[in-house]
Design a protein around this ligand. Structure first.
Ligand code: FAD
Length: 477
């Protein structure tokens, strides 16, 4: 045991230097507490860090597109938003947490912009969200600066391996491991912000199942291996919604970026699996739902077929798609298109003909898998195939159950003394299963309503920092 670390004591020990851990550290410092942040990865600043990170070392915050943080005013009346989330989540929404989130979100986004001086880009015309300048890597860089400016040290390449508990049953620090060896760090309170468990195959298999484990490519960071979940479970933490994941469609260059899909165009086309069968209502399904369902299809990939009518409706989206020529095949006939994507021409033609025959007034309701809106006949050459469409696993959505002061709850629903959590280690999954025409198409669920990963990490990271500091300072006397 390294003696110097053994002797060191902080008010708050924060595990994980992503969005959740870094904003928590800022709040501890603002409250006058002594904090340190540990991260098992090296720092994410320096050469090679781009908005889109192919493989390599980067946590989920650095990988994020950066949407979800640009809401500087409330979206609408609170009670209406709550009701919308309650309905959308099939009653699984924790309304207490959701209320806190909705009450705080706009103010917390303004805090990033006005207090931390994090620059935002202007609204982009095609993509409606307001983004942090530099997206994920930019965000990480500004947050490191804000943390360090407040005198909080981030200890990189330092892994937490176990939570410590004192004789009164309070969480009192963590055992850590780094190049110097093993040491114990003592603290008044501990905040878990170690991200998801998408990099842990055993946990994925156990909680999520083989379709998602083996049928997706990993677009989230592989080094988030559920360490925090495992440590917290040893302390008796309650887990919720562990089977739900955030999965988005991506293309064959998935290593170059997440969440790729033909925005606005895909609802006008049809998705076919490798057996040339439709498997989802494309007109009403979001990218997450489609991705979840592709993971359950033969070969775990699909082709999006659309015609030139659909393309011309959103020509700017089509034109702006990165590496379009390599991702989208174009042909004058459906048979020729099928050859280009290695599908049997006669079967592809038959699937499209069947679909076209049932289209009426923008709907195709007579099919075993109907299309309830946006049904356009695929009859205007040239024909387009976005292929392969692949499900990319970002991170799980379930996790530790917390209350609205970010305290981790035990299996009886009581707070575990001294333990707080925020970010994607926390349960924030409220969606619903999706099935159409008797076909299982949806195994995961997205964050409730319009919420997002960065935004929930921001809101509950700040709360965790404030609350953990308050408790630790009170104990310090
Ligand atoms: C590809 C992709 C795109 C996304 N795009 C968006 C988007 O556009 N908008 C949006 O709102 N959200 C987006 N998200 C979600 C968002 O990135 C996450 O919800 C958010 O970053 C979670 O932050 P976090 O701090 O909880 O986790 P992370 O940022 O992953 O941080 C967790 C940290 O804990 C560290 N850690 C883990 N185990 C240990 C240990 N034992 N000891 C010490 N440290 C440890 C990790 O190294 C890591 O640095 C995206 C996610 C992905 C994967």
């Amino acid at each position: 045991m390294k003696k110097s670390e053994s002797a060191s004591r902080y008010d708050v020990l924060i595990l994980g230097a992503g969005m959740a851990g870094l904003v928590a550290a800022i709040e501890v410092a603002e409250a006058g507490g002594r904090a340190t942040v540990l991260d098992k990865l090296p720092p994410m600043i320096g050469k090679g860090i781009r908005a889109i990170i192919p493989g390599g070392v980067a946590n989920d915050t650095a990988r994020a597109g950066g949407g979800g943080l640009g809401r500087f005013e409330p979206e609408g009346p609170l009670e209406e938003l709550l009701e919308r989330h309650r309905v959308r989540g099939w009653g699984r929404v924790d309304l207490d947490l959701m209320r806190t989130y909705l009450e705080r979100l706009a103010g917390d986004c303004r805090w990033l912009r006005d207090d931390l001086k994090i620059p935002f880009l202007d609204r982009r015309p095609i993509f409606s969200s307001t983004l942090v300048k530099g997206r994920g890597p930019g965000l990480i860089r500004y947050l490191y600066q804000a943390v360090e400016a407040r005198g909080v040290a981030i200890q990189f390449e330092t892994r937490a391996v176990k939570l410590l508990m004192d004789e009164n049953g309070r969480v009192s620090g963590a055992r850590i491991r780094n190049a110097d060896g093993v040491a114990d760090i003592c603290a008044g309170t501990v905040i878990m912000a170690t991200g998801g468990y998408q990099g842990n195959h055993e946990m994925l298999l156990k909680y999520v199942g083989p379709d998602i484990t083996y049928g997706t490519v990993l677009t989230g960071c592989a080094t988030n291996t559920g360490d925090g979940h495992i440590m917290a479970m040893e302390m008796g933490a309650q887990m919720a919604n562990l089977s739900t994941c955030h999965i988005r469609t991506t293309d064959k260059f998935h290593g170059e970026g997440p969440s790729r899909h033909m925005r606005l165009i895909y609802p006008l086309g049809i998705y076919l699996n490798m057996e040339c069968q439709r498997f989802i209502d494309e007109g009403v399904s979001d990218s997450d739902t489609i991705a979840n369902s592709i993971a359950c299809q033969p070969g775990n990939r699909a082709a999006l077929i659309f015609d030139d009518k659909a393309r011309t409706r959103h020509a700017e989206v089509y034109q702006a798609y990165p590496r379009r020529a390599e991702v989208i095949q174009v042909a004058e006939s459906l048979q020729e298109l099928a050859v280009k994507i290695d599908m049997p021409p006669a079967r592809l033609k038959k699937a499209v003909d069947e679909f076209n025959a049932s289209v009426m007034d923008g709907k195709a309701l007579g099919l075993s898998i109907p299309k309830k809106q946006n049904a356009l006949r695929i009859d205007t050459p040239p024909f387009h195939a976005f292929y392969p469409v692949i499900p990319g696993l970002n991170h799980p959505l379930g996790g530790l159950k917390i209350n609205n002061t970010a305290r981790v709850l035990d299996r009886d629903g009581s707070p575990i003394p001294g333990l707080y959590a925020s970010g994607s280690i926390v349960n924030w999954a409220f969606g619903k299963p999706y099935s159409v025409g008797g076909v299982r198409t949806y195994m995961g669920s997205y964050h409730a309503g319009d919420s997002s990963g960065l935004a929930t990490a921001l809101v509950f990271g700040r709360i965790a920092g404030k609350e953990a500091a308050k408790e630790a300072l009170a104990r310090r006397g």
